[in-house]
Design a protein around this ligand. Structure first.
Ligand code: ACM
Length: 515
């Protein structure tokens, strides 16, 4: 791909992500007390977003307008533009936002918001701001349909309000997926009504690890929390209104210590259950492979499906040590019963069963690249995290891939010199490295390029004890990822010039970004 290389003058409003095409003309439009909103067919709901994002900070009512005109923001849908595309015209005749669909229209609203003075991002802007917007004509559409961010709420629990905020921050950057890593060895975070101990027991750990694995130090402070189904439904509704899909992950059959602590019959030795884990790293304790365990997690997934209506459900599948299955007489007996050669085949069998369960219910399965070895439904999608190899292999097998390689998009890695940074898990993922990422792997044959659905930044939270620190690790790297996945990333120096101005918006929002 040759990257477009705009001069700074071409993007005077410092929009992030940079639109595909922007023409500025002389003159400014002004949002005032008199401005109204006209929502055409298919635009219903987006007018509420305009009132929230532009009306609340300015104090203007932005009431329904009788017709188009200089004081009207017109919202319309024209499917001919295509999915998520939009056109935005600002001139003496007013503002017209046309979306290829409601999602495209939401993007237009976010662009219009960025075209206003940065104070529009303040909860209480100072008095006297002239709410002007430069006359412009924008034609825009994303290159990739998956523009994601993962938040790991298992290693540390974060307040629900923070997840609402992450949805808002994602939408501001036209990112459209919030992947929630809801379960892990260190905590189970989603209420499951039929299995209350998953949160009564599994959501709480005695303490947390301090420092790196080799330090083996702990803080002595109990940690935990979970989200009720009602809270998660509210999050899903909030996200939907902003064009963000929440993708829930229930990570199996490894990374399950919290569940086994809650229901010891899910593990290899019910007489000797583990505690919810206080260490980071990979735990040898994994699920057993009994039919009752398959049924248990199908029950869990039924409740997950009730809460999350989106097309995608993530089943994890990463880092499942085979130590316990190899040593367990019962697991070996299961291999014989199922006519499977080894423990690796046992994992593939387990993932295949769970994937089929979701597929029969009309959902698309996602798994970490380890799931490639399982017998998967044709529409199963692989998240390539151990570099790009998993994504390339998935595409070769006819599966879709989402790129989040640890080489470029692990946002739990240091973003600058570890000497000057708060403790992180390791690695180095600079802003420039994220910005330079190309989501279609070089190893992918041209005819398979469309199988790369997009990319995602992963915020694993072992070393992010609170929401503020998640923001520190997320921004501004997510600004770079937004532009990479939108498809308009060009010269890094030009981007950082624009970013400097964009950060004023994040200042008004109180985002605790890395400077
Ligand atoms: C992973 O980082 N274990 C997906």
């Amino acid at each position: 791909m040759t990257r477009p290389q705009p001069t700074p003058e071409e993007v005077p409003m410092h929009l992030i992500p940079r639109p595909a095409a922007l023409t500025e003309t002389a003159g400014t439009w002004r949002l005032t007390e008199a401005t109204g909103v006209l929502a055409g067919p298919g635009a219903a709901g987006v007018d509420d977003l305009v009132r929230e994002l532009l009306g609340r900070p300015t104090g203007y009512g932005l009431r329904p307008a009788a017709g188009p005109g200089p004081d009207t923001i017109v919202l319309r849908v024209d499917p001919a533009l295509g999915r998520e595309a939009y056109r935005l015209s600002v001139d003496a005749d007013g503002v017209t936002a046309t979306g290829g669909d409601a999602q495209g229209l939401r993007h237009a609203v976010q662009t219009l918001r960025q075209m206003l003075p940065a104070e529009i991002f303040a909860a209480e802007p100072p008095p006297g701001v002239a709410w002007t917007v430069p006359y412009a004509e924008i034609e825009d559409a994303p290159r990739f349909g998956w523009r994601g961010v993962l938040v790991d709420v298992a290693r540390h629990w974060f307040p629900l309000e923070f997840l609402f905020r992450m949805v808002d921050l994602a939408a501001l950057h036209k990112l459209n997926v919030l992947h929630l890593h809801l379960t892990d060895d260190q905590g189970w975070r989603m209420e499951i009504e039929r299995y209350p101990r998953l949160t009564e027991v599994g959501a709480w750990r005695a303490e947390s690890m301090l420092g790196h694995l080799e330090d083996d130090r702990y803080d002595g402070v109990p940690h935990g929390g979970f989200y009720t189904k009602r809270e998660l439904r509210a999050l899903v509704a909030h996200a939907e209104a902003r064009g963000v899909t929440i993708v829930p992950e229930i990570d199996m059959p490894g990374h399950m210590t919290a569940a086994i602590a809650a229901y010891p019959e899910l593990g290899d030795d019910p007489a000797d259950p583990p505690a919810v884990w206080t260490r980071w790293g990979i735990n040898d304790r994994v699920l057993n492979v009994e039919e009752t365990t398959v049924a248990f997690f199908q029950g869990v997934l039924e409740e997950v499906l009730e809460v999350f209506p989106g097309p995608w459900i993530h089943l994890g599948g990463d880092e499942c040590p085979k130590t316990e299955w190899n040593a367990s007489p019962r697991a070996r007996e299961r291999m014989r019963e199922l006519d499977l050669p080894d423990a690796a085949a046992l994992q593939n069998w387990f993932m295949g069963r769970m994937a089929a369960f979701l597929s029969e219910r009309g959902r698309r399965v996602i798994g970490w690249d380890e799931i490639l070895e399982a017998d998967l439904p044709a529409d199963a999608t692989v998240m390539s995290w151990r570099g790009e190899e998993g994504g390339v292999a998935a595409a070769a097998l006819g599966h879709d891939a989402i790129m989040c390689p640890d080489t470029h998009l692990y946002l739990d890695f240091y973003q600058a010199d570890p000497e000057t940074e708060p403790l992180a898990i390791g690695g180095l993922t600079t802003l420039e490295k994220v910005y330079g990422y190309e989501p279609v792997p070089a190893g992918l044959p041209a005819e398979a390029a469309a199988r790369a659905l997009g990319a995602q930044g992963n915020l694993w939270s072992e070393y992010m004890p609170d929401a503020r620190h998640v923001e520190y690790m997320a921004f501004p790297r997510l600004c770079a990822l937004a532009e990479v996945t939108w498809g308009t990333a060009g010269e890094f120096a030009e981007f950082t010039g624009r970013l400097d101005r964009h950060l004023r918006r994040l200042d008004h929002l109180g985002v605790h970004y890395h400077r």
